[in-house]
Design a protein. Structure first.
Length: 66
């Protein structure tokens, strides 16, 4: 399990810092860029959760499988 999930987990850990590095034009706006990035990630997580619960589960009728 560690071999299967270890490398993808480590690589995903590099995504946010690299995205911040790409978005920051100077050292003075790193806080703004990282705050914006994490707020968008949080909103995406909330949206994805509600989409799954209220749209995808009823659409695919997963409740009949349980």
């Amino acid at each position: 399990t560690t071999l299967l999930f270890g490398l993808p987990t480590i690589l995903l850990g590099f995504v946010s810092p690299y995205a911040i590095k790409l978005g920051a034009k100077s050292l003075s706006n790193i806080g703004t860029v990282s705050g914006n990035l994490y707020s968008v990630a949080t909103l995406g997580s909330i949206f994805g959760t509600f989409l799954t619960v209220f749209v995808l589960v009823p659409f695919f009728e997963i409740n009949n499988l349980i």
